[in-house]
Design a protein around this ligand. Structure first.
Ligand SMILES: *[C@@H]1O[C@H](CO)[C@@H](O)[C@H](O)[C@H]1NC(C)=O
Ligand SMILES: *[C@@H]1O[C@H](CO)[C@@H](O)[C@H](O)[C@H]1NC(C)=O
Length: 297
């Protein structure tokens, strides 16, 4: 009896370490009702920095970039921290403790196993894309929470016209709305929509480029004195932003009267509409929040 059991145990352990490195159980609190989005498959990362879980990401090893990040919103304070970029050692080595670490400063080299397992600063250098945060530094009060967003597993290739333009404006609008009208916890999930046929940074087949970014928030407890114009935007609302001026316009139309950042429009929409577009592109149901975030607490 002992021998088969031993073999089974070794195989099971081997399988776990090869298939994946973690799960969301230590950081389920970042998801509304402890319920991570359903319908996307990837590697869960509980983003740990300075001995604390700061947010959660669902990471794609194939794309070397995240499907989504989930976090609590808190009003920003102080200056944006200087970006000291970090990586997740546990992606390259399943025995690592899961705390994000700063990339080595040149001339020290990044470990080859890390280069295989995720995006590194060189991937973005000389590309025509910026490092687009899914969980933005601007949506946090605490300085260390803000520093923790500078990890490349929270980042996707984003055109500057989006990152510095309409997408930044969306982050700022959400910041104002949640600061003014969200009374309890505001849960935010921000993710990407891939191209139908993947495109890669510098055509290197390492880091996949998203065609769109999306974001949705769930604020179950909100002010009873909402202005009429904001009634439809609580408890939940969403948006999709273009990351490619040449994309077709079925999902997000282009405002051609704009002079700046033409073609990087963001369209705000209901959670239901967002999930419809996610279903169309992913070819299966994608559910962002438990019970559509409709439950009033
Ligand atoms: C994890 O490892 C890093 C780097 O070796 C270290 O700085 C950190 O203190 C460790 N954290 C825990 C909780 O052991
Ligand atoms: C960026 O381009 C410069 C000039 O062509 C080149 O010297 C450098 O090695 C490139 N760096 C990366 C990381 O691709």
């Amino acid at each position: 009896m002992k021998y088969p059991l031993y073999v089974w145990a070794v195989c099971a352990l081997g399988h776990v370490s090869e298939a994946d490195v973690g799960n969301f159980s230590p950081c389920l609190n970042f998801f509304y009702q402890y319920w991570p989005p359903k319908g996307l498959e990837g590697t869960p990362i509980c983003q740990n920095f300075v001995n604390k879980y700061r947010f959660a990401s669902l990471y794609s090893r194939e794309r070397r970039s995240p499907w989504l990040s989930a976090y609590f919103f808190s009003p920003p304070a102080g200056k944006r921290p200087k970006g000291s970029w970090k990586y997740e050692p546990q992606l390259a080595n399943s025995r690592a403790n899961g705390t994000m670490l700063p990339f080595p400063i040149p001339p020290h080299k990044v470990d080859q196993n890390v280069i295989e397992s995720q995006a590194v600063p060189d991937d973005y250098i000389n590309s025509s894309y910026t490092r687009g945060h899914l969980n933005p530094s601007l949506h946090h009060t605490d300085h260390t929470d803000r520093q923790a967003t500078f990890t490349l597993t929270n980042v996707v290739p984003q055109k500057e016209g989006s990152n510095q333009g309409p997408w930044a404006a969306l982050e700022s609008v959400v910041n104002k709305m949640l600061s003014l009208y969200c009374v309890g916890t505001a849960y935010v999930v921000t993710g990407i929509i891939p191209y139908r046929i993947d495109r890669w940074l510098k055509d290197e087949h390492r880091v996949a480029i998203p065609e769109y970014m999306w974001s949705a928030y769930c604020c179950p407890e909100y002010s009873q004195n909402l202005p009429e114009s904001l009634r439809k935007t609580f408890p939940t609302f969403a948006a999709i932003g273009r990351n490619d001026p040449d994309s077709t316009e079925e999902i997000v139309p282009v405002d051609r009267t704009k002079k700046k950042n033409l073609g990087f429009d963001v369209r705000r929409m209901t959670l239901t509409d967002l999930e419809m577009y996610l279903r169309e592109r992913y070819g299966r149901d994608v559910t962002v929040f438990s019970q559509q975030c409709l439950q009033q607490e």
